[in-house]
Write a protein that binds this ligand. Structure first.
Ligand SMILES: [Cu+2]
Length: 163
């Protein structure tokens, strides 16, 4: 009899602790959390090239969408003096070191691309490891106020297909 009581207790314990047990059909199941991103097994040869050009006073494109846990090669070019400033985004991704074509900046929050391709286009190999929406701006004086802003979204594949 002791075992039966133990099973009853175990059953009620599981019922109380299973988070989906109390979800009604109207609410739908909560979205599952993404699987942890294993950055040690990323195939960098499969990285998708993404190019962003900075000019007066716009990022082209100004809305970047990345897929969670997929490798990317981000190349930045510019006409004039601009920065690719996205502190929250850079803090949320895994960046492969060392950077191609030059020394790694100490702080990734702000990237100032080389003035000409001759100087080398900064390229950042990275994997988005956190879902979210992150602000992008140019930190040159007055540029953000003149509209030089953007948005970086990191989403799961299913979310990207819905757009
Ligand atoms: Cu600017």
């Amino acid at each position: 009899m002791k075992i039966n009581y133990a099973l009853l207790w175990l059953g009620s314990f599981l019922g109380l602790t299973m988070p989906w047990a109390g979800v009604s059909a109207d609410d739908g199941p909560p979205p599952p959390p993404p699987a942890p991103c294993d950055v040690d097994h990323v195939d960098w040869s499969q990285a998708t090239l993404v190019q962003v050009h900075m000019t007066y006073f716009v990022f082209e494109p100004k809305h970047l969408e990345f897929e969670y846990c997929k490798p990317y090669r981000l190349q930045l070019t510019k006409h004039g003096n601009h920065t690719f400033t996205a502190k929250e985004f850079f803090n949320s991704i895994y960046i492969k070191q060392p950077l191609a074509g030059g020394a790694a900046p100490a702080d990734f929050s702000e990237i100032e691309p080389a003035a000409s391709p001759r100087d080398g286009i900064p390229e950042i190999l990275f994997v988005p490891t956190q879902l979210g929406s992150f602000p992008l701006k140019c930190s040159e004086w007055g540029h953000a106020q003149l509209g030089m802003r953007g948005k970086i979204d990191v989403e799961l594949v299913e979310d990207l297909r819905r757009h």
